[in-house]
Design a protein around this ligand. Structure first.
Ligand code: UDP
Ligand code: MN
Length: 238
């Protein structure tokens, strides 16, 4: 029977949050055997987020996982790390088998990806579109094996891949599996902490020749200034 996919989504409050999560919920509602873990960057779980989870009728876990105070002050802080760490400890305590996938709230996923990652034995990898200077980040595959990586920012990483570009069999998560608070190195350090070897990697998406997930970004909504409009109204009046 089908392995459960644990889809881990970090999220935080902003005007785009409800529309992003609504759209993502409509993708996940098409997927069988999926458990949605939403890790909420808030001291208390958001009722708006909970409402989306309930409406989806998916099995879910809603975790409060606020970022540590010091990261609220910096601009280039590691985004979504407290969230993913909280989800990892929940998985460690509650789940023995299944597939782990880190799906950010603003990404776009082809349903085909779920069929492919479901059979991950250790760690599977695949291209991510709309990312970095090259427009794609992908493992390089030769004769069905991953032999290198194509990514616009190698950053002296062993595994220069995006968070959306891999899935992990939960049986392959060991006690040392961890994600550091180091911006740009979260994926690599996590994969290295699993004891991953390059030969272990299972390339998906037709030997990494197809894009089944995109690192889409939504433009930040800027509220037009109401103050100016009111001044205009006043001027018209007198
Ligand atoms: N995120 C979060 N708290 C923050 C900023 C981001 O939980 O303060 C989440 C966000 O909702 C997303 C993930 O972390 O699921 C990655 O953030 P974002 O999409 O902003 O980063 P980018 O894709 O630009 O690297
Ligand atoms: Mn994003």
């Amino acid at each position: 029977d089908l392995k459960m996919i644990y889809f881990v989504t970090p999220t935080y409050p902003r005007p785009e949050q409800v529309p992003e999560l609504t759209r993502l919920s409509h993708t996940l509602m098409h997927v069988p055997r999926i458990h949605w873990i939403i890790a909420d960057d808030q001291p208390v779980c958001s009722p708006h987020v909970l409402n989306i989870l309930k409406k989806s009728s998916l099995p879910y876990t809603h975790i409060s996982s606020p970022k540590p105070y010091q990261y609220k002050l910096s601009r280039n802080f590691p985004r979504g790390v407290a969230n993913r760490r909280a989800a990892l400890s929940w998985l460690r305590e509650n789940v023995r088998e299944g597939i782990l996938y880190f799906g950010d709230d603003d990404n776009t996923v082809d349903l085909q990806l779920f069929d492919e990652i479901r059979v991950t034995k250790k760690v599977s990898m695949f291209p991510v579109g709309l990312i970095g200077g090259y427009g794609v980040s992908s493992p390089v595959v030769k004769d069905g094996k991953v032999v290198g990586f194509f990514d616009s920012w190698p950053g002296s990483r062993t595994y220069p891949v995006d968070m959306a570009g891999f899935a992990v069999n939960i049986e392959f998560l060991n006690a040392d599996a961890s994600m550091p608070y180091i911006a740009g190195h979260e994926e690599d350090r996590f994969l290295v902490s699993l004891g991953l070897q390059i030969d272990d990697i299972e390339p998906l998406a037709s030997n990494c020749s197809r894009v089944l997930v995109w690192h889409t970004k939504t433009a930040k909504y800027k509220r037009p200034s109401l103050k100016l409009d009111l001044e205009k109204v006043d001027q018209d009046k007198y």
